[in-house]
Design a protein around this ligand. Structure first.
Ligand code: TXA
Ligand code: MG
Length: 310
């Protein structure tokens, strides 16, 4: 997608005016607003129908801007050097004099932060003098948006502008790591946990379905296409959509392929778009074949399992 200065200007104008807009990131589209403005971030919660207890991720363009709001530590620096900008979100302690709206954090003393890699989003962030709070651009519990048209489908004319950055390259949300005490993974995502463990030199606790929820986004029902979905299916029922990881010779109207050759990155990139397409075609239920539980397959399985709680 070509970079277009006038679109970025438009986006900035709306954000400066405390409006929410759709923004492209390499993971999924975000619904963005000025993280320093109570008025602006309240709109995010209203538009998404998001419980106000569910805190937002804040996006920064560089580490020196981050340092105005958060305390950093050694683990953060190691991971930042290796993986940012990119699909990883860090939970850090907020500084006492941070300007982050307490609507963003629901008055908690920590903050989820991310450095996005998408070129257009980075250009936009560079022109603002505030960071952007941006949860995924979908109504709460529903499918994430991976292209501008999906954001439009979710919010219609309720949002003023969508900055079009083409299709998301990764297609799954960022991996979330809590770095406040002993590092632990709060959400599987677009960066494989094994790669993070390699940099930190230790195994990490997975805290992705905790009994007391740290992030309410860890709740069971999430990423739902709004119709029943079953995983690990060998044979679909009649009239059911069947999603397969690898292209077969069969070309039936109810067969949908996530990748040509069992490629998990390609499947990740196609997952949400495929689920959205199936739903929009009017199918009443979805069956998904077994997806390997290796690499990004772990994240794909996590999302499908949550989507199946419908
Ligand atoms: O890839 C992504 O992370 C995308 C793009 C737009 O950056 N954003 C995204 O945001 O997925 P959202 O709001 O859909 O998911 C953020 C998750 C939620 O489950 C929320 O509960 C959790 O992060 N979260 C936010 N702040 C937190 C905090 N301080 N502690 C623990 N979890 C937090
Ligand atoms: Mg989300």
């Amino acid at each position: 997608m070509k970079f277009n200065q006038s679109n970025i200007k438009k986006a900035k104008k709306y954000l400066d005016g405390d409006y929410c807009i759709g923004v492209p990131t390499e993971t999924v589209y975000g619904l963005a607003a000025n993280a320093y403005s109570n008025i602006a971030v309240k709109k995010i919660f209203l538009l998404k129908k998001r419980p106000k207890t569910n805190p937002l991720i804040v996006h920064y363009s560089n580490i020196s801007d981050l340092k105005r709001d958060c305390l950093i530590n050694d683990n953060f620096i190691k991971l930042y050097k290796k993986f940012s900008p990119g699909p990883i979100t860090y939970i850090l302690k907020l500084k006492k004099d941070s300007k982050i709206s307490n609507v963003v954090t629901n008055k908690e003393k920590n903050l989820a932060v991310r450095f996005p890699k998408h070129k257009i989003f980075k250009k936009l962030l560079n022109q603002l003098n505030y960071p952007l709070a941006a949860p995924s651009a979908n109504i709460s519990t529903r499918l994430s948006a991976v292209q501008a048209a999906d954001v439009k489908e979710e919010f219609g004319s309720k949002i003023k502008y969508i900055l079009d950055g083409g299709k998301c390259n990764i297609g799954l949300e960022s991996t979330i790591i809590n770095l406040i005490k002993k590092p632990s993974i709060l959400r599987l995502g677009g960066l494989e946990v094994a790669k993070i463990e390699k940099v930190l030199g230790k195994k990490l606790n997975l805290n992705i379905n905790p009994k007391s929820k740290i992030g309410p986004g860890q709740s069971q029902l999430h990423y739902s296409p709004g119709i029943p979905l079953k995983t690990n299916v060998k044979k679909p029922k009649k009239n059911e959509a069947f999603i397969l990881i690898k292209k077969r010779k069969v070309n039936l109207d109810n067969y949908f392929y996530l990748s040509k050759t069992n490629n998990l990155s390609e499947a990740a990139k196609n997952l949400y778009a495929c689920l959205r397409r199936v739903k929009n075609k009017g199918f009443k239920s979805i069956a998904v074949e077994k997806i390997p539980k290796t690499g990004l397959g772990k994240t794909i399985n996590d999302r499908l399992n949550r989507a199946s709680k419908y």
